[in-house]
Design a protein. Structure first.
Length: 424
């Protein structure tokens, strides 16, 4: 009888333990998303250990990161007010007075409707001269406006739904990526970026009458008899031209030209552009070497830039420009290439250094639940722009979750006190 009682009691304990394990597992996996289901071509056995750890944190990311934060509504409202072109009063006055913005908080003013005024001026001001812009690897033009203000013009090379396959830096620059990046940076509170807007140039009316001799020499006729531009740059070729559409127009990104004393630096996390792996790709402790040769402030800024680049998948920041000891977000045309690809190594400065300014984290934490891409769409609509496909917008939100997971990985490894740096 005692043996039966002992057996029954043991069985009861076993069932009780099993139920506790089941309920504990259930409570801790509700709302969790398996990252393998959200990554195309995912092969966990081929990933570096750091990537595996980050994906594991993505698997158990708190559900709060998938919902909107009410505090962001006021930020969104202020951004919309600043970009609303209905607030435009005097277009020429705007560019003239703010081209040499002296403040330390941003490269240009962006509050009180000024952003919308600047973009409107850049999109509609009269062009008095068009020339080649030979600096750099990609075709772009230099536009001189009335009032002697200048714009870079990167022409459209692809349709919005064109998928760029190959390396992360493959293909021509995407004009829409430049404008998308401007809105993204402003939403992220990364205010050291040149304003950019979609503009259309009519070849016969806007370009040819004011084109320099040098630009006309960099033009050829196509089989339809239309003049096309191949430009002057490091990779410009006479058989890779930009031609007007059926309306005689060339669409592109107009980017405010900055005549400032920038210092150009090589990025410690630059790529080799060959099969050779750079040191940061081989050494998980590479950040220690960077901190030995760079100030902590600069490294924190590089970490911020890596987050920005990861969201648009710009893996081409081999150099960076500095003004007033801040990195300026130039050359963002290699983003929005393939919405199905998330190159996690763009985040190497973040997951190798595992530190971020506390104020940056507090702001980026508010962008969850679709608020980020919703705001980009709203800001673009104020200028009548469509900048990306739905696949690209979904990809940005997916990458935002991976950024949050990387932060959780860093917290798990070092603790939040070491990850979040108070820079005040």
């Amino acid at each position: 009888m005692s043996m039966n009682y002992a057996f029954g009691f043991s069985l009861f304990l076993l069932i009780l333990v099993g139920l506790n394990v089941y309920f504990f597992y259930t409570m801790n996996t509700v709302g969790k998303v398996n990252p393998i289901l959200n990554v195309r071509g995912f092969k966990s056995d081929l990933l570096p250990n750091i990537f595996k750890d980050i994906y594991n944190h993505l698997n158990y990311l708190p559900s709060s990161y998938r919902h909107k934060i009410s505090k962001f509504s006021l930020i969104q409202k202020n951004l919309l007010q600043s970009f609303n072109i209905s607030n435009v009063n005097n277009v020429k006055y705007t560019l003239h007075n703010y081209i040499n913005w002296p403040r330390e908080e941003s490269l240009f003013p962006y509050r009180n409707g000024i952003s919308g005024q600047m973009l409107s001026a850049m999109r509609s001001s009269t062009i008095v001269l068009v020339d080649n812009a030979p600096k750099g690897t990609q075709l772009k033009l230099l536009l001189l406006l009335e009032g002697k203000h200048k714009l870079y013009f990167k022409p459209k090379r692809y349709k919005l739904d064109t998928i760029i396959n190959g390396n992360i830096y493959a293909g021509f620059d995407r004009h829409n990526s430049e404008v998308f990046a401007y809105y993204l940076a402003m939403i992220m509170n990364f205010t050291w970026i040149a304003p950019s807007v979609i503009r259309k140039l009519h070849l016969q009316r806007d370009v040819l009458p004011v084109a320099t001799v040098g630009l006309k020499k960099a033009m050829v006729k196509n089989e339809n008899g239309s003049m096309c531009i191949y430009g002057k740059c490091f990779y410009c070729k006479i058989n890779e031209t930009v031609c007007p559409d059926n309306n005689g127009e060339i669409e592109g990104a107009a980017i405010l030209y900055l005549d400032k004393p920038f210092r150009v630096n090589k990025s410690p996390w630059r790529r080799s552009y060959t099969t050779k792996k750079m040191e940061w790709e081989r050494d998980d402790d590479f950040c220690k070497k960077v901190l030995a040769t760079h100030s902590r402030k600069r490294v924190l800024n590089l970490v911020e830039v890596s987050i920005f680049d990861f969201l648009i998948q710009n893996g081409d920041r081999h150099h960076y420009e500095v003004y007033k000891d801040r990195i300026v977000l130039f050359d963002n045309g290699k983003g929005l290439g393939n919405p199905a690809v998330d190159e996690l190594d763009i985040l190497a400065p973040l997951y190798q250094c595992c530190m971020l300014p506390l104020t940056t984290w507090q702001h980026l934490e508010l962008l969850s639940g679709g608020s980020l891409t919703e705001t980009i769409k709203l800001l673009a609509s104020l200028q009548g722009e469509k900048l990306a496909t739905e696949d690209h917008f979904k990809a940005v939100e997916r990458r935002l979750l991976k950024f949050y997971a990387t932060i959780q990985y860093c917290i798990g490894k070092h603790g939040s006190a070491k990850v979040f740096v108070n820079t005040d």
